[in-house]
Design a protein around this ligand. Structure first.
Ligand SMILES: Cc1cc2nc3c(=O)[nH]c(=O)nc-3n(C[C@H](O)[C@H](O)[C@H](O)COP(=O)(O)OP(=O)(O)OC[C@H]3O[C@@H](n4cnc5c(N)ncnc54)[C@H](O)[C@@H]3O)c2cc1C
Length: 374
């Protein structure tokens, strides 16, 4: 475990200063202390994996014990996970996936839950190679998908697939802390076997009379057709859904359908949500564009793609130098930062369009003209 990317935080500065005062470079100290225990570091946030649990056939939870640099996390937030695969460090974000005190600095361990992604590098590496006792690199908690200071009277939860993780964490936290409002929790999932936290949610619903859990399956025994989100389907499940504050997380298509409906009923303000990737490109902005790479090679970007999507899609035709580095695909980790020498892009997080020479994050940049990358 050799990831050395985090900058010093307040917890470590005194130690860093002490090392420097007695004539040691902190990085050299790290070189020796990590031989004694790989989770120890003067400079970097790391965690020991203390437990790995199978949640479903393709999903595992990892309980992590961070080192002294950990500064806490709130339910709904995510952490960066750095793993080394064939000598290269790869970064991804994973949401916290269990109840957490809102002020979690003193908590001993945290939990993330990872669903395998077909062809995915890090999710499969975590599943196949990471076990209790291993040490992984972490990056500090981030994210504004957190519980509001003033809690609403009633909640509607809409999740699909691995999108259940941050919302499960929030709901379990709320219930632990004595929330009395009614919670309707709807999880859209392929089949009963794919339910992440199925048993935990059912147990919570038994324990707390204000929580009701409903599963909406694509396919299940005795079910004649898939049950997918629609206004009509939701109204059947939760008659008063328009009066509730809603929380949403899942695949982009599912989230777009829900967000569109909330906009139609004029309730967008009552919908909190988290994307596991960049927000989709607005249909009105989406254009096909020519992307010229530093090497002069040109690729065609299809309307609706980010620059990163397009480069990855063209991966087989690109050399190792032309393939970008990337991490969170959400604008958090800056791994995919790149120089743009000409053209205009829209930042999908801020909605700002900028042109000319500048640094951009490929994962959250959608071109609004042809673009040249430097
Ligand atoms: C805020 C946030 C929270 C998240 N929380 C969770 C969570 O709680 N649980 C969870 O499971 N996930 C979560 N994610 C998603 C997670 O970060 C990863 O994106 C996910 O695990 C996939 O990573 P990977 O490395 O396995 O896949 P990647 O290697 O990034 O690949 C993703 C897809 O792109 C394709 N691809 C990659 N490279 C190429 C290429 N060169 N050419 C063509 N196709 C390519 C792969 O085949 C795959 O289908 C979260 C993401 C964010 C941003």
């Amino acid at each position: 475990m050799t990831q050395l990317s985090n900058t010093a935080t307040w917890t470590q500065r005194p130690l860093v200063r002490m090392a420097q005062r007695i004539g040691f470079e902190p990085a050299n100290v790290d070189y020796f202390v990590e031989k004694l225990n790989p989770v120890w570091s003067l400079l970097n946030l790391r965690a020991t994996v203390v437990n790995v649990r199978e949640e479903t056939h393709d999903t595992k939870s990892f309980e992590l014990q961070p080192n002294m640099h950990w500064q806490g996390i709130s339910a709904g937030q995510h952490v960066g996970v750095n793993v080394e695969i064939n000598g290269v460090t790869h970064k991804r974000r994973y949401s916290l996936s269990r109840a957490e005190a809102v002020n979690a600095d003193e908590s001993k361990t945290i939990q993330i839950t990872v669903k395998r992604v077909e062809g995915g590098l890090v999710s499969n590496h975590l599943h196949d190679h990471i076990q209790a006792g291993d040490v992984i690199g972490l990056e500090a908690a981030d994210g504004d998908f957190v519980l509001p200071a003033e809690l609403p009277n009633s909640l509607l939860v809409l999740t699909a697939g691995s999108g259940i993780t941050p919302v499960f964490s929030q709901v379990a936290t709320l219930l632990n802390e004595g929330y009395q409002g009614s919670i309707e929790f709807l999880h859209y999932v392929r089949s009963p076997a794919d339910r992440i936290f199925g048993e935990q949610l059912e147990a919570l619903a038994q324990q707390y009379s204000n929580l009701s859990v409903q599963w909406c399956f694509e396919a299940a025994e005795g079910q004649s057709k898939p049950e997918r989100f629609s206004a009509k389907q939701l109204a059947k499940r939760v008659a008063d859904y328009q009066e509730r504050n809603a929380m949403l997380c899942g695949p982009a298509g599912f989230m777009e359908a829900v967000r569109e409906h909330w906009a139609d009923i004029g309730r967008s303000d009552a919908l909190a949500f988290e994307y596991f990737g960049a927000p989709p490109v607005d249909a009105t902005d989406a254009i096909d564009a020519n992307i010229t790479l530093k090497t002069g090679k040109q690729i065609q970007l299809n309307a609706g793609e980010t620059l990163l999507d397009s480069l990855l899609e063209n991966g087989p035709n690109l050399t190792a130098d032309e393939l970008p580095k990337y991490g969170c695909k959400r604008g958090v980790c800056h791994e995919c930062k790149c120089r743009k020498t000409s053209g205009a892009v829209k930042n999908l997080l801020t909605g700002k369009v900028t042109a000319g020479e500048e640094d951009i994050q490929l994962c959250i940049s959608a071109p609004v003209s042809d673009v040249t990358l430097g």
